[in-house]
Design a protein around this ligand. Structure first.
Ligand SMILES: *Cc1c(COP(=O)(O)O)cnc(C)c1O
Length: 381
């Protein structure tokens, strides 16, 4: 099955009892047993639910994995993946990281004796220098948030294999439409389905996908034991969103390209970060491992004035000022005061998250409306 067929069909079949074409929302907590243990594969909805199963199979197919697991949020997926580790273990992670991931690593799991090192993962030697006997996992996000850096997944996966580490890739920004980390050698792909996969800004959910049975079984055990599972209605909504993933992603990428080009030529803009620009530091890696360059664009202003950036994000009309990304509607954000406020100023500036940085989640509206919106907002500063 090709990708655009998988989005619509993988893991889903017409309902056996009624013929309903859409996966039913099995709004049930428990299942009949004729005699103890005699059931149709489901006992209790924390452990498994048919609507969730359909989504989990669909995700596994999209990522070219074998096993898919859904969680109540992207962070719940991260929480379960880190629980594969033990106190004393060490993780090497991307330094330019989703703020919530940085927070759960440093404020929750550090307390349980897991140590995190943050490095710019496009510099492979910096990773190799930190690896020691306690290192157990490499955590990569690519493209990164909000700087849209690109990390070479196959190189990271090769380092992990060599040192017997679990490699995890947060594939939220790219989605399997643009890149498939498992094909490039990663062990686990993680998603915030809240973003492009759901695509309509109406659900919060997360996922982990892998190929290895051993990892999958451990994750299932953690999923069932820790319990951060999504409800069937939410699983249905993500399934429904995924049916148009390929079409949405195409338009997100096309629109982002035009907007990145517009900003790149604007006199008030200092730098534009979009992996599709030939000026992007890792453009060649992006070209190699991605089908296209995604719908996220970041830029900063000449003069780097915090107030100007805030004025711009407060005065756009179609680019709604809001956290999150990946929906059909365009959003804008100011990472320094919003998504990345939890990261200390010195830390964030090291990675490029300066005061005037603005992050755009380019939606699938008509791009001329989006460009004139930015044009107007840039005029007032
Ligand atoms: C949103 C996001 C998360 C967290 O997911 P939630 O669904 O909000 O819990 C993790 N990683 C990235 C890259 C994200 O954008």
């Amino acid at each position: 099955m090709k990708f655009a067929t998988k989005t619509i069909h993988a893991g889903q079949e017409a309902d056996q009892t009624t013929g309903a074409i859409m996966t039913p929302i099995y709004q049930t907590s428990t299942y009949i047993q004729k005699s103890p243990g005699d059931h149709k594969g489901y006992e209790y909805s924390r452990t498994g639910n048919p609507t969730r199963t359909a989504l989990e199979k669909n995700l596994a197919a999209l990522e070219n994995g074998k096993y898919g697991l859904c969680f109540g949020s992207g962070l719940a997926a991260i929480d379960s993946i880190i629980k594969l580790l033990n106190p004393g273990d060490e993780v090497i992670s991307t330094n330019d990281l989703y703020g919530g991931t940085y927070r759960i690593f440093t404020k929750i799991f550090a307390q349980y004796g897991i140590k995190f090192h943050f490095v710019g993962m496009d510099k492979l030697d910096d990773i190799k220098k930190i690896i020691n006997k306690k290192t157990k996992m490499l955590w990569a996000e690519t493209p990164t948030n909000p700087m849209l850096n690109i990390i070479d997944i196959s190189k990271i996966a090769a380092i992990a294999k060599k040192h017997n580490l679990i490699s995890v890739v947060d594939n939220t920004f790219a989605t399997p439409f643009l890149q498939k980390p498992l094909d490039l050698g990663a062990d686990i792909v993680m998603h915030s389905l809240t973003k492009y996969m759901g695509g309509h800004s109406d659900v919060v959910m997360g996922a982990a996908i892998c190929k290895e049975k051993e990892i999958a079984e451990k994750l299932y055990f953690i999923q069932n034991s820790s319990g951060a599972i999504p409800g069937p209605m939410d699983a249905f909504l993500i399934l429904r969103g995924i049916k148009t993933l390929h079409l949405r992603m195409e338009r997100h990428c096309e629109n982002a390209k035009e907007i990145a080009t517009f900003l790149n030529n604007h006199s008030k803009v200092d730098k534009v970060y979009w992996p599709g620009l030939t000026s992007h530091v890792n453009h060649n890696v992006a070209k190699e491992q991605m089908e296209d360059f995604g719908g996220m664009v970041s830029f900063n202003l000449k003069g780097n004035n915090l107030k100007d950036a805030i004025k711009i994000v407060s005065n756009t009309h179609y680019f709604t000022l809001a956290e999150s990304l990946g929906g059909v509607e365009s959003l804008c954000g100011h990472p320094a005061s919003m998504t990345h406020a939890a990261i200390p100023k010195i830390e964030r500036e090291k990675t490029g998250v300066v005061d005037s940085l603005i992050r755009l989640s380019v939606g699938i509206e008509d791009v001329s409306d989006l460009i004139s919106d930015l044009e107007k907002a840039l005029k007032i500063v």
